[in-house]
Design a protein around this ligand. Structure first.
Ligand SMILES: Nc1ncnc2c1ncn2[C@@H]1O[C@H](COP(=O)(O)OP(=O)(O)OP(=O)(O)O)[C@@H](O)[C@H]1O
Length: 321
């Protein structure tokens, strides 16, 4: 069955994707809409269903239920040459030279081998890795080999790039390079979708996000919208410790040291400011902080799923080491 409509500005449209493996319901009704030229993250803990979702979008496996349309095609395999894919399993032939490994991957996506090899050299030069072009994969660090594999997914100039946990196993320097590379792709109009269990990568890079937990996507939309799901937090410091003005603060106010924290009232900050000033609270500082993606994830997917995520990229690096 076809999608009821096609939206040309979307690189990926998916509705109600379901995948079972024997007793395991790996993906349980995933909906996605990925605009062309955007960077979208699929954020969720291990086992949430990220890889299975990406594989269905690529046509490596077919969904048991639901539809997906990729670059306007119902069968993603029809547009395989327009897609670059970095699988979760890394691996290149250890005896191949770096430029040749990239060339080989380009040839698999339809480029003439000679041209693909030349592009391989050029890509390595662009990334400041020209010195590694003639080194065998086995002579490269794990991180560098991973970057070579990534360049191999880009050599045929795909319109859509699908990266499964691309930051895993990279040190901070290579993670930074990869972020620049992903932004550069989007600047050139390429659509990028990547999976991650690290909030910091999604928060720094993505305009769009799909939060996935237990095979379900309780939120898919703009990162901003996810953050707006919970009210901004106010941090207030006053010189007076108590007074009738405290009655104007929300009941959920927490006092930590000299600071008070509470959610921004729906009525806005002005009525509260008036009460503080008229009540001589003596405002020393007041700031309004928008919720971070971590708090939004907790509100959307729950504490248990959030506890299995990694908040900070450095933490992941330690885990990878
Ligand atoms: N080929 C398979 N056969 C059986 N079970 C599978 C298969 N692939 C995935 N699963 C199961 O489906 C669930 C979702 O797995 P998936 O790999 O999609 O999650 P993930 O979010 O990518 O996590 P990870 O990052 O750990 O790979 C898990 O319970 C997993 O064990």
């Amino acid at each position: 069955m076809d999608f009821p409509t096609t939206t040309p500005e979307l690189a990926i449209e998916a509705r109600g994707l379901v995948k079972r493996f024997d007793e395991t319901l790996a993906v349980d009704g995933v909906d996605l809409a990925v605009p062309r030229g955007s960077i979208t993250g699929i954020l969720g803990p291990n086992g949430a269903g990220k890889t299975t979702t990406l594989r269905m979008l690529l046509g490596i496996i077919d969904p048991d239920e639901g539809y997906r349309r990729v670059l306007g095609h119902d069968n993603p395999r029809d547009v395989a040459r327009l897609i670059g894919y970095l699988p979760e399993e890394r691996g290149l032939y250890p005896s191949m030279k770096a430029y040749d490994a990239i060339g080989y991957m380009g040839a698999l996506r339809g480029l003439p081998l000679k041209e693909a090899r030349n592009r391989g050299r050029a890509l390595l030069e662009e990334q400041g890795l020209g010195h590694a072009a003639d080194r065998q994969i086995r002579q490269l660090s794990k991180g560098m080999a991973q970057i070579v594999q990534l360049l191999g997914t880009l050599v045929h100039e795909p319109q859509l790039v699908v990266l499964d946990e691309p930051f895993s196993g990279l040190d901070a320097i290579n993670q930074g390079k990869l972020e620049v590379l992903i932004r550069g792709l989007a600047d050139r109009g390429v659509t990028v979708i990547f999976s991650t269990h690290v909030i910091a990568h999604a928060e720094r890079l993505c305009e769009g996000i799909a939060i996935i937990a237990g095979g379900k996507v309780p939120f898919a939309g703009r990162v901003d919208e996810a953050r707006d799901r919970i009210p901004a937090q106010v941090r207030l410091e006053t010189s007076a410790d108590a007074g009738p003005w405290t009655a104007a603060l929300p009941a959920s106010t927490r006092k930590v040291g000299q600071f008070r924290f509470f959610p921004l009232p729906e009525s806005g900050i002005e009525p509260l400011l008036k009460a503080l000033i008229e009540g001589n609270a003596g405002i020393r500082s007041l700031s309004i902080e928008r919720a971070g993606l971590h708090d939004a994830f907790v509100a959307i997917a729950g504490e248990a799923a959030a506890a299995r995520l990694v908040t900070d990229a450095g933490q992941d690096e330690e885990q990878a080491a």
